[in-house]
Write a protein that binds this ligand. Structure first.
Ligand code: ATP
Ligand code: MG
Length: 796
């Protein structure tokens, strides 16, 4: 049994610093089993940040033997909470694929214990009722520079406090008349320790407790008690609670213990550990702000598909698997960063690629009449649902007839340079069907093209290319008589600013993206999709992944939501990467290889149509790199010098890495000669992206990355394999780092004394020494934090 635990533990330990701590605690025998919890306050719907916390807490419980994770509603604040948020939270946690079994708890069920502990603290001399106003209390608390002052009530006899506390509970006083405060240390450097308020009077109705209470505990008091009562071993929270940890520990140390429901179990000692909260580009992530969007009508509700809520993402067509994969991809670390939304989109595409059958839908139809096709003839073409690299089979008949529709912007009467789709006198292939040529156009009175007259070549059916013609474009289409009308909702980013809250002007709503929803009321979809159930997912070839809306779609009245485009059209609106579907030259369709490789691409390679290339596109990209991807100007300049380097960069970002890391790697760490001939290197952009991703997730250091980069440029290969072979993986194991730090501080006692005497510059020296002990493989951020903590801790 022990060995199973340890094996599983080791697998978990390597993943992040929290898992390392937990596995160490298990191995040191500090706990028999691990208990985590996910503690949302039911004051809004869960968002993708909560998904990170859910995956962490429930994930740990799943990985370790005998471990469990509680779902606990932290519902101690009567004003904003509601049972509808309890219901939505339960639905979302289940939908994400996690199970709390019987471990569902409500903090408000512990009000009786919390109150009793308050009396206990008063009797122990550790708390008192303060009858000052909250403003007076705040004022007497002092500042970072000066200690707090006691109010006249601090030394009030315990009996008097006890009496007042009981009468507070009994409802004898108005809101604000008294508070219960802990008696800790008014001179503490940590302001939170200066006699924090534990209870407040609030004559308010609680959604679960009704009017049973008129005093409510504060978060800093309630939370550790909830954890302690449930014997939580590791209480994981976000970084902003770092300062609260001292108070958390104080409460845990001072609550009464013993057997029975009314006391904290004797051995229960929850430990708080903080991790970075998720912030995602182009959205906001606080329930309060999301509530504003809902209340102001900026979105249709908490489950609007543009919302970063789990309910919104679900309705948009995102799968639980891809959300879990995304959480895995971003990892758990101790530094707050904003995550590029491209990473989320990457995880979504990666999953949908395997589960969404390919079909054809025309969003903005333009009629095509095949003049040499007999009036009544309908030919059923056999079209596979899946491209060859998805290991699934199945196909559907797609009717081809005399009148078809293609996408309006797949035709240009006067095609610009580089446009390889349909134009007068030109040929294209219709996907799974024939090559057609445009012989003429029909216009309405306003001169608008309303119909194309085309002829088809019978020898070119389904991609067989005996004709030997080199046709560059392949278009999606539907048969006019057979197509089914549907509504399509094209969703885009909710905000046009990557960081809508960066400017603190109190109105993040000003930065909403006005084009975040475009509704196409009458698109036409191939008949095989008729009757699709709500929630069904498809890839509309060349357009993106779509799902039948779970609220508004019905089998006989289809409404589709665009979940995600086929590639990141934002990062490359003026992209220089090869665009297969509009047929710019591509080696794969060279005539010599056409037998083995049909000219119709596998659908997933038929990329979304980007706007036509125009002059100055590199200039546009350069601006986008700086404005939207946060790449420094000089680097953006280098990365847009020519189409090859731009495409190389795109491929790296597509692989899931942060644009900034990729930019830095290519511009700063790649020799100029290599950068100027990326096309000839044995390494492609995707591998560079994989390498950058390892830096992002703190698996390797930047200097290790440079070493790997040199190998890649020289010989190509897989960055992960190179990292493993050379043993470059960075160590984030807390025990290992901690022992290195301890050794360094012991061996350099003299320097430690100098540091304490005020030579703050020595910090780098200690970190450097510790890093050397780790053979350069220690996680530098963690090492630095540990050195700082150790130097501070041993001092005070
Ligand atoms: P919000 O500001 O959105 O209201 P919150 O932290 O107040 O967030 P809670 O309902 O208290 O919301 O959070 C429940 C749990 O989810 C907490 O443990 C919290 O740390 C975690 N959590 C909340 N937001 C994030 C985030 N953006 N990234 C990671 N974890 C988060
Ligand atoms: Mg909150």
């Amino acid at each position: 049994m022990m060995s199973t635990g340890t094996d599983i533990g080791h697998a978990a330990a390597g993943r992040d610093f929290i898992r390392s701590i937990i596995v160490n605690d298990l191995e040191a025998g500090r706990h028999d089993h691990i208990v985590t919890r996910f503690p949302p306050e039911p004051n809004g719907f869960l968002h993708i940040g909560h998904a990170k916390s859910i995956c962490l807490n429930f994930g740990i419980a799943r990985e370790l033997p005998n471990a469990r994770c509680h779902l606990r509603f932290d519902d101690t604040n009567p004003e904003t909470e509601d049972v509808k948020y309890v219901d939505s939270t339960i639905e979302d946690v289940r939908w994400l694929g996690f199970d709390y079994g019987e471990h569902l708890y409500f903090a408000s069920d512990y009000f009786e214990q919390m109150y009793a502990f308050g009396e206990h603290l008063i009797r122990e001399g550790l708390a008192y009722v303060d009858s000052s106003s909250e403003a007076e209390i705040r004022d007497a608390r002092g500042t970072v520079m000066e200690p707090g002052r006691p109010t006249e009530y601090r030394d009030r006899p315990a009996a008097e406090s006890l009496d007042l506390f009981r009468r507070m509970r009994a409802g004898e006083f108005a809101d604000g008349a008294h508070v219960l405060r802990a008696r800790i240390d008014l001179a503490s450097p940590n302001m939170l320790m200066r006699d924090p308020i534990l209870y407040r009077i609030r004559h308010a109705h609680h959604y679960r407790q009704g009017d049973a209470w008129c005093i409510y505990p504060l978060y800093d008091y309630a939370h550790p008690i909830e954890d302690a009562l449930e014997s939580i071993t590791h209480s994981l929270c976000t970084l902003e609670f770092e300062n609260n940890r001292e108070l958390y520990d104080w409460i845990v140390a001072n609550v009464p213990r013993g057997e029975g429901d009314m006391l904290v179990p004797p051995k229960s000692r929850p430990r708080q550990i903080e991790f970075a909260r998720l912030a995602l580009d182009y959205t906001v992530m606080s329930k309060r702000k999301l509530l504003q969007l809902v209340n102001q009508g900026d979105v249709s509700g908490w489950d609007d598909p543009r919302m970063p809520t789990i309910a919104g993402l679900r309705r948009r067509g995102v799968t639980p698997e891809s959300l879990r994969a995304f959480c895995e991809l971003i990892g758990v670390a101790k530094a707050n960063t904003r995550v590029d939304i491209a990473k989320l989109e990457y995880a979504i595409r990666d999953d949908l690629n395997q589960r969404a059958p390919r079909v054809m839908c025309v969003l903005r139809p333009l009629r095509v009449v095949i003049t040499n096709w007999p009036e009544d003839r309908v030919e059923q073409l056999d079209a596979p649902f899946w491209p060859h690299d998805v290991p699934k089979e199945g196909s559907r008949p797609v009717p081809f007839s005399r009148e078809l529709y293609i996408e309006r912007d797949d035709f240009a009467e006067d095609p610009p340079k580089g446009f390889f789709r349909l134009a007068p006198g030109r040929e294209v292939r219709l996907r799974y069907g024939y090559i057609i040529r445009c012989d003429g156009v029909v216009k309405d009175d306003d001169g608008e093209v309303i119909e194309l007259r085309c002829t088809y070549d019978p020898a070119t059916r389904g991609g067989s290319s005996e004709s030997g013609r080199n046709v560059k474009g392949t278009l999606h289409w539907v048969s006019a008589e057979h197509a089914v009308a549907c509504e399509v909702r094209l969703y885009d980013r909710l905000f046009s600013d990557p960081d809508p809250e960066a400017v603190d002007d109190g109105d993040f709503r000003k930065r909403l993206n006005p084009d975040s929803l475009v509704v196409i009321e009458r698109a036409l979809i191939e008949p095989s999709v008729a009757g699709a159930e709500p929630g069904a997912r498809f890839q509309f070839e060349r357009l993106g992944y779509f799902t039948a809306d779970i609220v508004d779609s019905a089998p006989d009245a289809l409404v589709f939501n665009r979940t995600v485009t086929l590639r990141d059209t934002w990062a490359r609106v003026t992209g220089a990467a090869p665009q297969k579907s509009d047929g710019r030259p591509d080696r794969r369709t060279a005539p010599s290889r056409r037998k083995a490789q049909p000219e119709v691409d596998a659908p997933e390679k038929m990329v979304a149509r980007a706007p036509d290339p125009r002059d100055g596109r590199l200039e546009g990209r350069r601006r986008r790199l700086t404005a939207e991807m946060g790449v420094p100007a000089e680097q953006a300049e280098v990365l847009t010098r020519d189409a090859a380097i731009a495409a190389f960069f795109d491929a790296a970002v597509d692989a899931g890495a942060t644009p900034r890391t990729v930019a830095k790697l290519i511009v700063n760490d790649m020799p100029r000669e290599s950068r100027e001939r990326v096309g000839e290197l044995p390494v492609g952009g995707a591998a560079i992206g994989a390498l950058a991703h390892m830096i992002d997730s703190a698996e390797i250091s930047s200097s290790a990355a440079r070493e790997v980069l040199a190998v890649l440029i020289e010989q190509g290969g897989d960055p992960r394999t190179i990292v493993e072979k050379r043993g470059l993986r960075q160590v984030s194991d807390e025990a290992a780092l901690s022992s290195a730090v301890d050794q360094v501080l012991q061996e350099n006692a003299g320097k430690v004394a100098e540091y304490r005497a005020g030579k703050a510059g020595l910090l780098g020296f200690f970190v450097g020494k510790a890093m050397a002990k780790m053979q350069g493989k220690g996680n530098p951020a963690m090492l630095k934090t540990m050195v700082e903590e150790r130097l501070r801790g041993e001092q005070g």
